[in-house]
Every structure is written in structure tokens, then in C-alpha cells.
Design a protein around this ligand. Structure first.
Ligand code: MTE
Length: 375
């Protein structure tokens, strides 16, 4: 059993979407307790068995076009490079896929809306390590930086993904080789002893258990880079999909979720209900506003936002939001919907149908829940 050595200390409250490999998200109401998601509450997204890596034996290889090969132990990495911490949200690009399933069948894990979390990541800047290996920022032909994980499939293909080199080298993009999550060493599920964190970017690029970093002219040659995490028109099906025709998802679109009240909650007509959730946008774009409606969009309430101070354009962390919304005076079902807007004034599409795609990625339509008003 390749999964026999998977961690046993996972939070029992996590909702398991697949056990082998482990894919689990917390109940959504656990997300709004604090801007920083406790590590044990943080969703787990594994494609393969969790590798067990002896920290003392561990070494990270940096190799590739026009650079010198470096083999860095964790101690050397910590001794030779400055520690940098970044508060960043990581979201799976399949988060909220269940809203697509409600439209039409898709292929992928049935994520609710909690395949997302925010942590304080501690580590070293990827760009500084690449520069130490001699990578010339102006080098012709180097366009991507590939990352390889220690987890591999039956054919020996390691989990791999890549990001554009300009992002990897930009100190303001805050891309990390992280060894800490929320002030403690990474746990095995979250990539111990070292993982990549690419703020503002789909979680699949933040490669866990990273063993090798390779600047290259090409994107990573893995399924996870060249196929899975791409979106197409709702009319493109599995027979006609041309994977090479779409770019790999990197920065993600603005999104939000309603975490409270629970669907089906009972209230009285004209009650003031506290609605809470999260909102986040990719690429470092700040969420500037969240609007909430309980009457089908006739009136909107602007939510209070709670977050961490970050420099404009480096808004890697989500905001939590809260709004008091009056439910209508007539008894019956009440639909509550929300929409977030980011600093580029991008906002969320109203319905999932027009953004449905065969892999079920980047679902960011208005989150909606139904509660019941009764005397
Ligand atoms: N890295 C490796 N090596 N193997 C993986 O399966 N999953 C990716 C990414 N990095 C993955 C990986 C995906 S799809 C996501 S969304 C994030 O890790 C999830 O990180 P988390 O499990 O720490 O929440």
C-alpha cells in the first residue's frame, strides 16, 4: 500500500474528498475564525502518497541552463540566505468545483469552497537562490522555472510544475522556498521539509517536498503543467480539447465564499443575519469591496473587511468579511449571494454556467446559500 506511510495526525473535522491520495478541506465555518488559517485546519491537496524525507539527508538541487549546479542542505539554505516571511493565501484551482458539478458533470475532486487557506510562510527568496547559482536575470532563452517534488507516480514521474522566470526573480513577487508554516516547521502534508510558495498563483504551482529547481526555456513537462490546470470554453468537451491552445493557470481570478450562516439555517422574517466569508484575488490584487444581497440583487450591503496590511499589488492574503443583512418580511426560502471586487475592478460572474469548463477549474461565480425565514 503506497499510502501506508501517509500522516495519521490529520484533523478529524476535515471533510475528506479522496483518502488515497489524501484530499481534504475543512468545514467552511472553520475558515472565518481568523485571517491566518491554523495549520491543522488548512486544506490538503495531494496527488500522490506523501513522501517521508529525512531532514538531515535532504538536499535541494538547483541546476539548468547557464547556471552552476548547487546542492543545498536545509542548514546551508538557512545559513546562506536571509529569512523572509510572507502572509499568503494558497488556493487550489479546483476550489468550489461543486458549483460546476451542479451545472454539468466535470472531472475532478468535488471541492466545496474550502480548498483555500492563508498562512504565514517563512523561508528564503527563490530569486536570491537562483542568483547565487548565477542566473542572469537578462538571460536569453530562460523563460520558466521548473520545480520537482519528491512524490512520484508509478512510472517514476515526479510531481512538477513551473512559473514564469520574471515572477521567480522579482523580489516583489515574494516567491519563497519555504520551510515554515505559521511559525513552525512545515508538516509532512504541507511539504516538509521545503516547498515552493508562489503567492497570488494557483496552488498547483506551489510545489511541495521540492527537491529540484530548474530554470529552463520550457514549462515543466508534467501533466499538471501542460494539461490539468487549464480552462476552456463551456462548449469544449473531452473529444475536441486541444490542451496546448490554453495557457497554464497562474494568477487566479477574484473569488469569494459565504461561510456563515450554514445553508438551511432558520431565521425569522425581517431578522438581521450576520453573513461571513472570505474574498481573495490572484496576482497580488487587493480585494477592495464585498457586496452582499438577500433579495436577488435588488439591494446590496457592503461588508466590513478584515485582513493584514500588505503593500499595494502585493496583497497576497485574503480578507475575511462580515455583513449584517436583513431578510425579507415574508416567510420562505431566502437566497443570500455575494460578490467581491478587486483593485482592478474585476468582479465575479453571476453564474457558473458561462464559465463551466471540462476540468472544473477557476470557479468564481457569486457564492450563494439558501436559508429559511419562518415565524
Ligand atoms: N506538490 C507536490 N509535490 N505534490 C502535489 O500533489 N499539489 C499541489 C501543490 N503542490 C502538490 C504539490 C496542489 S494542486 C495544491 S492546490 C497545493 O500543493 C496544495 O497545498 P497544501 O496541500 O499545502 O494545501
Amino acid at each position: 500500500d503506497p499510502y501506508a506511510d501517509d500522516p495519521k495526525d490529520r484533523l478529524p473535522a476535515l471533510i475528506v474528498r479522496s483518502a488515497r491520495p489524501m484530499n481534504a478541506e475543512p468545514p467552511r465555518e472553520l475558515l472565518t475564525g481568523s485571517v491566518i488559517t491554523p495549520t491543522e485546519v488548512f486544506y490538503i491537496r495531494n496527488h500522490l502518497p506523501v513522501p517521508r524525507i529525512d531532514e538531515a539527508q535532504y538536499s535541494l538541487r538547483i541546476e539548468g541552463q547557464g547556471i552552476k549546479t548547487l546542492d543545498l542542505s536545509l542548514d546551508r539554505l538557512k545559513a546562506e540566505f536571509r529569512k523572509h516571511t510572507v502572509t499568503a493565501t494558497v488556493q487550489c484551482s479546483g476550489n468550489r468545483r461543486n458549483d460546476f458539478y451542479a451545472v454539468k458533470d466535470v472531472k475532478g475532486l468535488e471541492w466545496g469552497g474550502a480548498a483555500i487557506g492563508t498562512a504565514v510562510w517563512g523561508g528564503v527568496r527563490l530569486g536570491e537562490v537562483l542568483q547565487a547559482a548565477g542566473l542572469d536575470p537578462g538571460a536569453e532563452g530562460v523563460r520558466h522555472v521548473q520545480f520537482f517534488g519528491a512524490d512520484a507516480d508509478g512510472a517514476g514521474q515526479a510531481y512538477a510544475a513551473s512559473i514564469p522566470v520574471h515572477r521567480a526573480l522579482d523580489p516583489r513577487a515574494d516567491v519563497l522556498l519555504a520551510y515554515e508554516m505559521n511559525g513552525a516547521p512545515l508538516t509532512r502534508d504541507h511539504g516538509a521539509p521545503l516547498r515552493v510558495i508562489v503567492p497570488g498563483t494557483a496552488g498547483c504551482r506551489s510545489v511541495k517536498w521540492v527537491t529540484k529547481v530548474v530554470p529552463s526555456g520550457e514549462e515543466a513537462d508534467s501533466l499538471w503543467q501542460r494539461r490539468d490546470y487549464k480552462a476552456f470554453s463551456p462548449s469544449v468537451g473531452w473529444d475536441e480539447v486541444d490542451w496546448d491552445s490554453a495557457p497554464a493557470i497562474q494568477a487566479m481570478p477574484v473569488t469569494s465564499l459565504i461561510c456563515e450562516p450554514a445553508p438551511g439555517a432558520r431565521v425569522e422574517p425581517e431578522d438581521l443575519v450576520t453573513v461571513k466569508g472570505y474574498a481573495w484575488s490572484g496576482g497580488g490584487n487587493r480585494v477592495i469591496r464585498v457586496d452582499v444581497t438577500a433579495d436577488g440583487g435588488a439591494t446590496w450591503h457592503t461588508a466590513e473587511l478584515e485582513g493584514v496590511e500588505q503593500e499595494e499589488g502585493r496583497n497576497w492574503a485574503w480578507v475575511l468579511w462580515s455583513a449584517e443583512v436583513e431578510v425579507p418580511g415574508t416567510p420562505g426560502e431566502v437566497e443570500i449571494a455575494a460578490k467581491a471586487t478587486d483593485a482592478s475592478y474585476n468582479t465575479q460572474p453571476e453564474a457558473p454556467g458561462p464559465i463551466w469548463n471540462l476540468r472544473g477549474v477557476n470557479c468564481n461565480s457569486w457564492p450563494r446559500i439558501r436559508i429559511v425565514a419562518e415565524e
